[in-house]
Design a protein around this ligand. Structure first.
Ligand SMILES: Nc1ncnc2c1ncn2[C@@H]1O[C@H](COP(=O)(O)OP(=O)(O)OP(=O)(O)O)[C@@H](O)[C@H]1O
Ligand SMILES: [Mg+2]
Length: 332
């Protein structure tokens, strides 16, 4: 029995959990829970480990810790791992297999795959090697009131990241701080590896970030067409009017309606249409704090009445990439 305890404690120490040895698993932070899972797997002394997204939903520090851990355990074991984080993939893998739609697309080491046009097209160009937006230790104040206390997260190219939180949690302030619209802020906001934290909003917009505020920011006295003509082109690749009308047919039907004469939903379409015109690479979209999910019956294609339920209001990030599909969460 003592032997077993010693072995358990040694494993706990190996995965960096010695200070938590007496803590209940449920009380561990997320990254430490994953380390504990790894330790319990290692306790079986397997020759081979199958790891499914070992760094999913983790912040930088946890990712580094888990990657170091996997590297250590891989010294005398074989590891087959599914992973989205390309820097983890690059650091840990001897060989990589890329799957697409149930088939092998390519195999090789990281350098070979990074040079493979099919892989770049299918995966890496949308990928995660360096995030498009890296927010780190973001703090913001309104006058004396300290509202953001060190927010850190990344957004990779091609991802949709959703910020959920209670009223007053700081969601709007986070987006406004990224956009340079909060006078007093500190930390780092890197966009395409360029530091934005000290830049003015107009410069940030021209760098390629577009902001659609909750109050929509459309011109009330202008009609739909004029609203769509006005946004500046900040980068090539903005959507044409025709493409926007394909996305939002209502707008085409209301071409001559003034901004304020549109329904709330149509105003939202126009506001999003306006920022899609600019060619910005990153869109910051404000929405209602209520978030709805389709029920499983509507997801499975059954008669789809808008059966929805409200997500619990705790504060977390959910991350869903457009392709390949994946979702992640991280607590704010
Ligand atoms: N212009 C402002 N001046 C002073 N305090 C502000 C200002 N705007 C927001 N705050 C305060 O900052 C905190 C965060 O507000 P923020 O608007 O970022 O919350 P939120 O998460 O977007 O909330 P909601 O879900 O209600 O939109 C709140 O306590 C709010 O009262
Ligand atoms: Mg808000």
């Amino acid at each position: 029995m003592d032997d077993l305890n010693d072995r358990a404690l040694a494993l706990i120490a190996d995965v960096g959990l010695a200070p938590y040895a007496g803590a209940a698993a449920i009380e561990l932070p997320y990254g430490r829970k994953r380390a504990l899972e790894l330790a319990t797997t290692l306790a079986l002394d397997p020759e081979m480990l199958l790891l499914d997204e070992p760094t999913a939903g983790m912040g930088h520090e946890d990712i580094d810790r888990i990657a170091t851990l996997i590297k250590a355990v891989a010294v005398n074991r074989t590891v087959l791992m599914v992973e989205h984080n390309l820097s983890v993939v690059a650091t840990l893998s001897d060989r990589i297999t890329v799957l697409t739609r149930g088939r092998i697309l390519a195999e090789g080491d990281y350098q070979e795959l990074a040079a493979n046009p099919d892989v770049r097209e299918a995966y890496m160009e949308r990928g995660m090697a360096s995030p498009l937006l890296a927010v780190s230790d973001l703090r913001a104040w309104y006058g004396e009131s300290h509202v953001l206390h060190g927010v850190s997260f990344n957004v990779n190219a091609g991802e949709v990241v959703t910020l959920l939180g209670r009223n007053g949690a700081g969601k709007t302030t986070t987006l406004k701080s990224i956009m340079g619209m909060v006078a007093k802020r500190s930390g780092s906001v890197q966009f395409a590896e360029r530091e934005l934290i000290r830049l003015a909003s107009n410069v940030i917009a021209r760098a390629g970030i577009a902001f659609c505020p909750e109050e929509r920011g459309i011109f009330a006295s202008l009609d739909v067409e004029e609203n769509l003509e006005l946004p500046p082109v900040v980068q090539p690749g903005g959507l044409t009017r025709e493409r926007i009308f394909e996305l939002f047919p209502n707008l085409k039907e209301r071409l001559r309606s003034q901004g304020t004469k549109l329904s709330g939903g149509e105003q939202q379409m126009l506001a999003i249409g306006r920022i899609l015109r600019t060619g910005a690479r990153l869109l910051l979209l404000m929405s209602q704090p209520r978030v709805w999910r389709r029920s499983s019956s509507s997801r499975s294609g059954g008669p789809s009445g808008p059966s929805r339920r409200r997500v619990s209001p705790s504060c977390w990030w959910s991350r869903i990439s457009i392709s390949p599909r994946r979702s992640r969460t991280a607590t704010m």
